[in-house]
Design a protein around this ligand. Structure first.
Ligand code: NAP
Length: 246
């Protein structure tokens, strides 16, 4: 389905990003993964992607740094020729009630979750324009739609990402580039592992579909948005949340 296409996935070494990269690779896409940490775990992740019979490569880059992003993008474009799918997935949380959030907590989350996605998209959009095709998928969160106590910085960044998504959809639709957002609910990854057992049980009870999300639940939606099956969809936000926010 994505044979001979190239996908870039930020934060593709673990969690939801890895599930996305694996799904795209499993459907034939060559994958460039962006993350900040090298090491055995990252190497293992990239080897697992390549096992699908595609080209997979890790690019170390802190997406908070616009110059580093431009340099990584230039390297990716030199290695792969062009990019067809961009998944802005990298994200962090620094949770606290508002008075407890330091200026650094606020900057870090907005710099990675919002500005990072803008920098990365800016670095690849010209190449997509030249090809007159592309699918950009931004991983937001239901929290960006509904708000959440203790996540003012994160909710603001994820809501910002939705405004960004709609703008890119309008700005580049005429060039054959689509841009959509996915808003996951509560997905079991390292990011959410800290939730105490009791709160987890409470949350599961409140979910219409009665279970936490799996990274693959998100990856399947990204695969749909990446490919031709979603060719007439742009500027959309798809919740993958088991009914958490209905
Ligand atoms: P995760 O397991 O913590 O993984 C985060 C990924 O982002 C890692 O690969 C990490 O790589 C990368 N990353 C972090 N900071 C980076 C930076 N400055 N530059 C480049 N890469 C960076 O997170 P996750 O749970 O899979 O979440 C993935 C995305 O889904 C995030 O945007 C998150 O906000 C969103 N989301 C998650 C949930 C959930 O319940 N888990 C719900 C809604 C939305 P390094 O460690 O190598 O930097």
């Amino acid at each position: 389905m994505l044979q001979a296409k190239t996908a870039v996935v930020t934060g593709g070494t673990r969690g939801i990003g890895f599930a996305i990269a694996k799904k795209l690779a499993g459907n034939g896409a060559n994958v460039a993964v962006i993350a900040t940490r090298a090491g055995e775990a990252a190497d293992r992740a990239v080897a697992e992607l390549a096992a699908a019979g595609v080209t997979a490569k890790l690019y170390l880059c802190d997406i908070r740094n616009a110059e580093a992003v431009d340099a990584a993008a230039a390297e990716i474009l030199a290695d792969f020729g062009s990019v067809d799918v961009l998944v802005n997935n990298a994200g962090i949380t620094r949770d606290n009630i508002l008075p407890g959030l330091s200026a650094e907590d606020i900057d870090d989350v907005i710099d990675v979750d919002l500005k990072g996605a803008i920098f990365v998209t800016r670095a690849f959009v010209r190449s997509m324009m030249r090809k007159r095709s592309g699918s950009i998928i931004n991983i937001s969160s239901v929290v960006g739609l509904m708000g959440n106590r203790g996540q003012a910085n994160y909710a603001a960044a994820k809501a910002g990402l939705i405004g960004f998504t709609k703008t890119i959809a309008k700005e580049y639709g005429g060039r054959g580039i689509r841009c959509n957002a996915v808003a996951p609910g509560y997905i079991a990854t390292e990011m959410t592992a800290a939730l105490p057992e009791e709160a987890r049980e409470q949350l599961v009870k409140s979910l219409p579909l009665g279970r936490l999300g799996d990274p693959d639940d998100v990856a399947d939606t990204v695969l749909f948005l990446a490919g031709d099956a979603s060719r007439y969809i742009t500027g959309e936000v798809i919740k993958v949340d088991g009914g958490m926010y209905v």
